[in-house]
Ligand binder design. Structure first.
Ligand code: ASP
Length: 413
């Protein structure tokens, strides 16, 4: 048995050894830092980039940057506008719910100046999950909290408990339940080799136009019975037939070379309860490295997680690529994964927003939209504007899950 003296002697020897070890590590870290690649220049102007829906709040974020505020506070201020808006049904309050009719939100953020990060997933009843992710970063020793634990933490931090399901989103969910709920997100998923690849035909076959018209009429009638207002009925049907994705990503940098990013979402409509997409995943939905830049994503969360999109973009820029090249390269990785089933790519919507530390920026998209309606992203560097995303392919993605060729195969009217 060792004595108290042995224990103390052992501890002293241990601390000396640890001290030496720490010194060695410091020396190694300094040597590593010398060879570490980073982008030295700061942007000439303060700048914010975001997904197109950020255009509504981008002024608020820019004001924060202009008055010398923190880059993450600026990014979150832009996202919060969408979280608070009941009419943005892809983010925060009013988001379209999961298959059980419950709104579940995801968010993550990275603060460049401190190299800290925070994230929350599958949060119910708290609207401003971007602020909640920031609170995880600032008030815990953790990076990610999910579900009930995240909610409990939110109430402890003073976030109010709110019903996030607006009447409008509830009615759209009911319309889905009544007409399309046999087209759900249970497997097999798109990436699964057992997934039935539809032949190369348009999503809505023209030969069945009449049948489709009957179906739309049937859904319109149901929408009316559910009390969906006439001017929103077609939009509601669209959301049911094409389960929408939607999210906001924001990256912000200042002329001091500080940079941060955030992403917030209600995720995929009609998802399985507990499903987290890419948005709360640091390295997928958002990644910020203060030495290199910040990037984020909207679109197909499942695809983006598999290529760790935002992180891969940052690594591409670390190795010398421009913002645009870095983003297009990651899109090509997704394409490569579908080499055996290229037609499945038509169902993949994937957009990246990229801001390099020196101010070089880009928005890239798997599908760039049409010449009449190109896909866009928002920028503010003193001038607020929407710019075209660079598309890997022209056109728009088809909806997923794909609509059956025979519309009567969906819950027969
Ligand atoms: N990426 C989000 C998710 O998968 C959805 C989206 O951006 O549209 O949850």
């Amino acid at each position: 048995m060792s004595s108290r003296r042995d224990f103390i002697a052992g501890t002293i020897i241990g601390s000396v050894a640890l001290g030496l070890e720490a010194q060695t590590t410091r020396v190694q870290a300094t040597q590593a830092a010398k060879t570490y690649t980073w982008i030295g220049a700061a942007p000439r102007k303060n700048i914010i980039i975001s997904s197109a829906n950020g255009i509504h709040g981008i002024d608020k974020g820019y004001e924060i940057l202009s008055s010398g505020g923190d880059t993450l506070d600026a990014a979150i201020a832009v996202g919060k506008v969408q979280e608070d808006d009941p009419n943005d049904d892809s983010v925060g309050y009013g988001g379209l719910p999961n298959e059980d009719g419950v709104v579940e939100l995801d968010s993550c953020c990275m603060h460049g100046p401190t190299r800290m990060a925070g994230s929350v997933g599958g949060v119910r009843n708290i609207k401003n999950v971007s602020l909640l992710a920031q609170a995880v970063m600032q008030h815990t020793a953790h990076v990610m909290l999910v579900g009930q634990g995240a909610e409990k933490f939110g109430y402890a931090m003073g976030f109010p408990k709110e019903n996030l399901l607006t009447d409008r989103s509830r009615k759209v969910w009911l319309l889905w339940k009544e007409t399309m709920s046999n087209q759900d997100w249970w497997g097999p998923g798109l990436a699964d080799p057992r997934y039935p690849v539809p032949p190369d035909t348009p999503a809505m076959p023209t030969s069945s136009a009449e049948v489709w018209q009957q179906r739309i009429d049937w859904m319109t009638e149901k929408a009316a019975r559910l009390g969906i207002e006439p001017e929103f009925r077609m939009a509601a049907i669209e959301r049911v037939l094409n389960p929408p994705t939607g999210t906001i990503h924001v990256s912000a940098a200042n002329t001091k070379g500080e940079i941060s990013g955030m992403t917030t979402t209600s995720g995929l409509a009609w998802k399985l309860a507990g499903r987290c997409g890419d948005s709360p995943i640091i390295g997928a939905g958002c990644y910020t490295d203060p030495d290199i830049g910040s990037a984020g994503a909207t679109g197909s969360g499942e695809e983006n997680i598999k290529v760790a999109g935002a992180h891969t973009i940052i690594e591409n820029m670390r190795h010398g690529m421009s913002a645009k090249e870095a983003g297009l390269d990651v899109l090509r990785r997704i394409v490569h994964a579908y080499e055996k089933f290229p037609t499945k790519l038509r169902y993949i919507s994937m957009k990246y927003y990229i801001l390099r530390r020196d101010g070089d920026y880009a928005g890239v998209s798997m599908w760039g939209g049409t010449p009449e309606k190109p896909a866009k992203f928002a920028v503010h560097d003193g001038a607020k504007r929407l710019e075209n995303l660079v598309g890997l392919y022209p056109g728009n993605p088809l909806t997923f899950p794909p609509q059956p060729k025979d519309p009567y195969k969906i819950n027969t009217p």
